[in-house]
Design a protein around this ligand. Structure first.
Ligand code: NAD
Length: 283
């Protein structure tokens, strides 16, 4: 039986519908949640991501603003702007679109964001809270992965989750969130020998690498849940994930498409964090 396709676009829309009610409740108390995005350099993919975030804010009733810094841009300029946004009462969430151009140190720039406004959840305080199991801002992509799993009713406790990719924004936080749900977690990466032998053991397989068709049907256990985080643009301009969707959907129990899977959820969870930050200003 072919896999159940988990519709991230529809789930993101229902998350946003629930947010609109919270935005209305905030408006009644004189607060409009605001998100500021810092866009440094001219990376075309970053531009598209920031544009999608702005559209999602508009659609959900949030205020948003984009702070553009054409190259060459210095760390000092970014830190100065972040300090201003930290102090701006109209702004509840500040994000720095990654990757940063040139030699800029992303960790130093992210550290300048006030932890109370860390809508992306990439500040060391947010990531530390995640490690310690304290409440805090969870990065949007792994939070979106967890929401998709929960929505589809995929059992997690005691199951083996394998994550391919160990980045700080996807793979590592996804591993921590799955651990919190009592999964047994394995993280694979570019130096993992015989990747297929590990992925074939996965009840839940999360692919977050950035290589089209890395995950083939032979790497998937029948009935497994396959979550495809990858975004790859083919020579034909079309988006594809890291999973060979057409072949794997015949074997998996559940699968997310690209586009229309994790991507829309990432943006929805960013808005959730921004609204939460605005609510926290009211205590
Ligand atoms: P990254 O480049 O920081 O990390 C990639 C990871 O893949 C690394 O840990 C590396 O060790 C691992 N890797 C590379 N080659 C491998 C191989 N052959 N076998 C096993 N592991 C390998 O990337 P990232 O920022 O985590 O993003 C990963 C992918 O997810 C990209 O395609 C990115 O565009 C996409 N992404 C999507 C969303 C979304 O909203 N859907 C959000 C963030 C990232």
């Amino acid at each position: 039986m072919p896999a159940q396709i988990i519709d991230g676009k529809a789930l993101a829309e229902s998350v946003r519908a629930a947010l609109r009610a919270r935005v209305a409740a905030l408006a009644a108390r004189g607060v409009r949640p605001g998100l500021a995005a810092i866009l440094a350099g001219a990376d075309p993919a970053s531009r598209v991501y920031v544009r999608n975030k702005v559209r999602a804010c508009e659609d959900t009733g949030l205020h948003s603003e984009v702070h553009e810094f054409p190259e060459p841009v210095s760390e000092g300029e970014l830190l100065q702007r972040i300090a201003k946004l930290n102090a701006d009462p109209r702004i509840h969430g500040v994000l720095v679109q990654l990757p940063l151009p040139g030699e800029l140190d992303a960790n130093r720039v992210l550290a300048a964001i006030a932890p109370a406004k860390d809508a992306d959840g990439f500040h060391a305080e947010s990531l530390g809270a995640l490690v310690q199991g304290r409440p805090g801002f969870v990065p949007g992509t792994p939070a979106g992965v967890m929401a998709l799993l929960e929505h589809a009713g995929v059992p997690l406790a005691g199951r083996h989750a394998v994550i391919v990719g160990r980045s700080t924004i996807v793979g590592k936080p996804a591993a921590l969130l799955l651990l919190q749900k009592d999964a047994t977690v394995t993280i694979c990466h570019s130096k993992t020998p015989d990747l297929a032998a590990v992925t074939r053991q996965a009840d839940i397989l999360v692919a977050a690498v950035g290589r089209a068709k890395l995950v083939t049907a032979g790497m998937v256990k029948p009935g497994a849940c396959v979550i495809d985080v990858g975004i790859n643009r083919g020579a034909d301009g079309k988006l594809a994930g890291d999973v060979d969707f057409e072949a794997v959907k015949e074997i998996a129990g559940w699968i997310t498409p690209v586009p229309g899977g994790v991507g829309p959820m990432t943006v929805a969870m960013l808005l959730v964090n921004t609204v939460k930050a605005a609510e926290q200003t009211l205590g």
